[in-house]
Design a protein around this ligand. Structure first.
Ligand SMILES: [Zn+2]
Length: 213
């Protein structure tokens, strides 16, 4: 497996954003175009999607995140492989945790929260991600359901790309439920369905994770 020693706390060099004042465009450090959004915009977006799609809103947000996650990891791994030394490293040789943490450094810089990625269950295809300061949760009042469906889809898309197999994701605790952080289980459909069923029965996240060990 190809990896280096990434740290999500390691400061990146140079500014996180570059602006093209001529076109009014804003770009991330990796060249991807982006936009600055207020928390009120994110809140309004979630409300609008819910109004528009009703019970399907969760799936719509998840699917949008999934497609974005696929594209993000394609771009991240393409760059990692291009810059790797030796040059003949393949995608299959890339350490998933390394790829995910490299990707998330850019995401963190652009306001998507602080992610702690646990790949200790990777032998079963399961990754657990703790996300602090998730914008979707910060934009939502405390309620009775997890709200970060977009991020669940984002992580499912990212792992689907890295594992070259369809991965699902569910949020087993959410800041919008009053928890200290949002926590996602990503993995094969059967494992994620079991985690989601347990969450719906009010099983604590720590117990859900224990069952996945
Ligand atoms: Zn959440």
């Amino acid at each position: 497996m190809f990896s280096s020693s990434p740290s999500t706390d390691r400061p990146s060099s140079g500014p996180a954003f570059q602006a093209d004042f001529g076109s009014g465009a804003l770009f991330r450090r990796d060249g991807q175009r982006c936009a600055g959004l207020a928390v009120e915009f994110i809140s309004s977006l979630q409300e609008s999607v819910t109004e528009c799609f009703g019970d399907d809103a969760r799936d719509v947000l998840y699917r949008c995140g999934f497609e974005w996650g696929l594209k993000e990891l394609l771009a991240t791994t393409t760059k990692l492989l291009r810059d790797s030394s030796p040059q003949n490293v393949t995608l299959a040789q890339l350490e998933p945790k390394f790829a995910l943490e490299t990707w998330w450094r850019t995401m963190r810089e652009t306001g998507h929260g602080l992610a702690k990625i646990d790949c200790s269950r990777d032998g079963r295809g399961i990754v657990v991600i703790d996300l602090r300061q998730c914008p979707a949760a910060l934009a939502t009042p405390i309620g009775s359901h997890p709200v970060c469906h977009y991020y669940a889809g984002l992580f499912a898309g990212a792992l689907s790309f890295l594992d070259r197999a369809e991965r699902h994701a569910t949020e087993i605790q959410c800041r919008a439920l009053g928890h200290s952080c949002c926590q996602f289980v990503v993995g094969p459909g059967s494992e994620v369905d079991a985690a989601e069923a347990a969450r719906q029965q009010a099983t604590p996240a720590v117990e859900i994770l224990r069952r996945l060990t």
